[in-house]
Design a protein around this ligand. Structure first.
Ligand SMILES: [Zn+2]
Length: 279
């Protein structure tokens, strides 16, 4: 199936800020809903999240703690990740992201040679391969079939304890954000780790109970013991019914986290939305 997916896959969808609800596009002669929710089917969880052997012990611990933090956020009702394994590093200027997506490894990589195919300014990138179902229907969704996280250690420094080096970014904060994308979450504003940009001084090492936890709970069909009164009610919901399932476009999503507030949405290599955010 993966080979088929990669072969057919020809669209590039960059998606950043969660402001494209009204945007539809003609990805393969079918109108798709860019605000349709993304998630893993429960039967494909937990994912074996493998960390690059190039990460230090402290960095590996930080990454695994953030994986656990997303499970804690939904009262441990969903086991999203297994986090005991490591994987060889793939860092290379000529990295083929399709191959990285084909390898069957859900990796978190420490990239010291940032691939030329990605924006040099991205702090980190989450790559997702997925497939649309129920295209055009009210219960359209994207079934995530693969995901990887690339941390840009080529031009940025990341810290696992404060204060770290001058100009460094908090690794836990960045990883928590990228793991949110890994699980299907998009960008939001307010008290959320899913803000579209992260600065050097920003530190958030657990999902928020007001926005992030209820959003993820909705996405994976679980009910939190304590749902905050101010929970975001507009979060994309997992469809109550996912059938009959008519698979639509194979899509490749690249989500770039920028430190500048820059937010770029691309589909089929074309920018469909571009603006600057202020956080
Ligand atoms: Zn992001």
């Amino acid at each position: 199936m993966n080979i088929l997916l990669i072969t057919i896959l020809s669209s590039f969808l960059f998606y950043g800020c969660n402001t494209s609800n009204s945007v539809t596009s003609d990805a393969s002669s079918t109108k798709v809903n860019n605000s349709a929710p993304y998630y893993w089917l429960p039967s494909t969880l937990p994912r074996n999240l493998k960390t690059s052997v190039d990460f230090s012990a402290d960095e590996t611990t930080a990454i695994r703690e953030m994986a656990t933090a997303w499970e804690t956020a939904v009262d441990d009702q969903v086991n999203f990740f297994l986090t005991t394994d490591t994987t060889p590093e793939i860092s290379s200027l000529s990295m083929n992201l399709d191959s990285v997506g084909e390898d069957g490894v859900n990796g978190v990589y420490k990239i010291t040679s940032w691939p030329l195919s990605l924006s040099t300014r991205a702090l980190a990138v989450t790559q997702i391969f997925g497939r649309r179902f129920n295209v055009g229907a009210s219960n359209e969704y994207v079934r995530i079939e693969h995901a990887d996280i690339l941390v840009n250690e080529n031009i940025y420094d990341f810290r696992t304890s404060d204060p770290g080096t001058a100009g460094s970014y908090d690794l836990r904060t960045v990883i928590l954000h990228e793991l949110g994308h890994f699980l299907g979450l998009g960008h939001k504003y307010g008290d959320t780790i899913m803000r579209p940009s992260i600065g050097t001084s920003f530190k958030m090492q657990a999902p928020s109970t007001s926005i992030d936890a209820p959003d993820l709970a909705d996405r994976y069909g679980v009910t939190l013991a304590l749902t905050p009164l101010n929970a975001l009610v507009s979060a994309p919901k997992r469809p109550l019914s996912v059938g009959p399932q008519a698979p639509g476009d194979m899509i490749k999503i690249i989500i770039e986290l920028h430190p500048t507030g820059e937010c770029v949405h691309k589909e089929n290599g074309v920018i469909i939305n571009y603006h600057l955010t202020e956080l």
